[in-house]
Design a protein. Structure first.
Lengths: 65, 388
C-alpha cells in the first residue's frame, strides 16, 4: 500500500528536516520550501520521522490509507 | 598554487554539524568529511528532549538523518570523542582520545551547554540539553510528586508542561515580572503564564532564587524574599553558554561565542563556525548575533559548508523558533531585541493569539500562540523585506 503523505505549503517554513530524514521523499524548492517528491523511495519509519520532526507540523503521514 | 581542499573536519554533534556535513556532499565536495562529536550517538533532534521524550510519548531519540546516510555519503562519524585543543599553525585538531586530526578546513559547530550559576549549583540539580540529561530527568520524574523549575524561558515552560502532563505538581520560578519577559515582553509573557496557570502550573514571577540546597530526592529552593520551597527535584533552565572554553588559548576571536563575519569565517584562516557557538554578522540586520534556535543552527551549518568551499554565501536568516507547551504551539519569526509597540490579535480559541512587534512602524517579529500560519506568512514577508 502506498503511504499517503500531505504537506501544507502555508505552514512550511523550509527548515529542511524532512529532506534530511526522508531524502528523496521530500526536497526543498529553490525558494526554500519543502515539496513531496516520492514517499515510496524511503522506509516508512523515515516518513514517520519526517512527520514527527517537522517544527510546524506541516506534514501528515498515513502509512495505511 | 592554491592547495585543494582534501579534508574537512566538523566539530560538534548537533544539527549544525549534521547539516554542514550533508551540505558538503550536496555541493559535490569529493574529499574527506569527518564529524567529531563528544556524544555517544549520531546527531539526533535535541528539540524533542524537552517535549515528547520528556513525557515518554516518545521513548527513542529522533535521528536527524538515517544512520545509513553517513555511510552512503561517505561521512565519517567519530563519536564519544571531543576536541581538546586546536593548533592553528599546524592546522590540526587534538582530540581527547590522544589523536590529532589534520584539516584543510575546520568548521566549529561545538554548540553550548546549560548555564548553571554557582548560587543554583547543588548536587542533584538537573539541567536539560543532551541525552544523558534526559535520562536523569526522566528517572527523577518517576520518583517525585513535585518539581521546581528555575527559569521561565521556553525550556522551563516545556519542562513544566511535561511534568503536569505526567501528573506531577510543577512550580515555575522566574525572576522577571512575567515569564518570557525578556524575549516577548510583559503582555505576551503574562498570557503564556496564564496558560501555565490554567493547566495547573504554579507560576511564581518577580522573585529570584537565592540558593538551592539539599540532595537528590529532596531539595529546597530558597527565594530572595526568604520563602522556601521543597521539592523532589529542581530543574534549572536559565540559558546556555557557548561551548568555547577549549579554544581560549588559541588566537581565535571569542566574545560571547566564536566571532565570524557573514561568511561564517573566523579571524583565523580556514577555520569557520556555525550554530549556537557562533556569533556571526547577520547582514540582514547589520549586526553580530548569536541565536540559539534549531532552525537557524541547521541553516547555519549548511551556510558554513558552502562558505568553506568558497561559495561566498552570506548567512542572513530571519530567526525562527517554536515551542510546544500544554498542547499549544508557540512560534516566532523575526529579530526584535527591542520594540516600541506590540499589537495583539486574539483568535477564536482560548489562549490563541498573534502578537506583532513593531519599531518605527516597521514589523520586526511575529509571535503566535496556536496556529503557526501567521508566523510562516510573516517569515516570508520579513525575508522579502531586505531593507531591514
Amino acid at each position: 500500500v502506498k503511504p499517503h503523505v500531505t504537506l501544507d505549503p502555508d505552514v512550511c517554513i523550509g527548515s529542511g528536516g524532512c529532506v534530511e530524514r526522508a531524502p528523496g521523499a521530500f526536497r526543498l524548492t529553490d525558494e526554500g520550501f519543502s515539496v513531496i517528491v516520492d514517499p515510496t523511495v524511503v522506509a516508512p519509519h523515515n516518513l514517520l520521522d519526517a512527520e514527527v520532526g517537522c517544527p510546524v507540523q506541516a506534514i501528515t503521514v498515513d502509512l495505511d490509507p | 598554487v592554491i592547495k585543494p581542499i582534501d579534508r574537512i573536519v566538523i566539530v560538534g554533534g548537533g544539527v549544525a554539524a549534521q547539516r554542514c556535513a550533508t551540505a558538503l556532499r550536496q555541493l559535490d565536495f569529493p574529499g574527506a568529511v569527518t564529524i567529531l562529536s563528544r556524544e555517544r550517538v549520531a546527531p539526533y533532534d535535541r528539540t524533542l528532549l524537552s517535549k515528547d521524550m520528556l513525557t515518554g510519548k516518545r521513548e527513542e531519540r529522533l535521528p536527524l538523518t538515517p544512520q545509513t546516510a553517513y555511510q552512503d555519503k561517505g561521512i565519517e562519524l567519530r563519536l564519544n570523542v571531543a576536541a581538546a585543543a586546536l593548533d592553528v599553525a599546524a592546522q590540526q585538531l587534538l582530540c581527547t582520545d590522544g589523536t590529532a586530526l589534520p584539516y584543510d578546513r575546520l568548521i566549529l559547530c561545538s554548540g553550548g551547554e546549560p548555564l548553571l550559576p554557582r548560587s543554583l549549583s547543588c548536587p542533584g540539580v538537573l539541567v536539560l540539553r543532551e541525552l544523558p540529561h534526559i535520562a536523569r530527568l526522566r528517572a527523577a520524574l518517576r520518583a517525585i510528586d513535585h518539581l521546581v523549575i528555575v527559569g521561565g524561558g521556553f525550556i522551563g515552560g516545556e519542562v513544566a508542561s511535561a511534568a503536569t502532563d505526567l501528573g506531577i505538581r510543577a512550580t515555575l520560578i522566574e525572576a522577571a515580572p512575567t515569564i518570557l519577559d525578556r524575549v516577548l515582553g510583559p503582555d505576551v509573557g503574562s498570557r503564556i503564564g496564564a496558560i501555565h496557570s490554567v493547566c495547573g502550573v504554579e507560576v511564581l514571577t518577580g522573585v529570584a532564587v537565592a540558593a538551592i540546597t539539599g540532595e537528590p530526592g529532596l531539595q529546597t529552593v530558597r527565594l530572595a524574599d526568604g520563602r522556601e520551597i521543597s521539592a523532589g527535584a529542581v530543574v534549572v533552565g536559565v540559558g546556555m553558554r557557548p561551548n568555547v572554553d577549549w579554544l581560549s588559548d588559541t588566537p581565535l576571536r571569542l566574545d560571547n561565542g566564536i566571532v565570524t563575519d557573514e561568511y561564517c569565517q573566523t579571524n583565523i584562516s580556514k577555520v569557520l563556525a556555525a550554530g549556537d557557538c557562533a556569533r556571526w554578522h547577520n547582514p540582514r540586520y547589520g549586526q553580530h548575533m548569536r541565536v540559539e534556535h534549531w532552525d537557524t543552527a541547521a541553516r547555519h551549518g549548511a551556510a558554513a559548508a558552502a562558505n568553506a568551499l568558497g561559495h561566498a554565501e552570506p548567512f542572513a536568516p530571519v530567526p525562527f523558533f517554536w515551542s510546544d507547551q500544554h498542547a499549544t504551539k508557540l512560534s516566532w519569526a523575526g529579530y526584535a531585541p527591542a520594540w516600541d509597540r506590540v499589537t495583539i490579535e486574539d483568535c477564536e480559541q482560548p489562549h490563541q493569539f498573534v502578537a506583532r512587534y513593531w519599531r518605527d512602524d516597521q514589523l520586526h517579529g511575529v509571535f503566535a500562540s496556536g496556529d503557526p500560519r501567521p508566523v510562516a506568512r510573516a517569515r516570508r514577508e520579513l525575508l522579502a523585506a531586505n531593507n531591514l
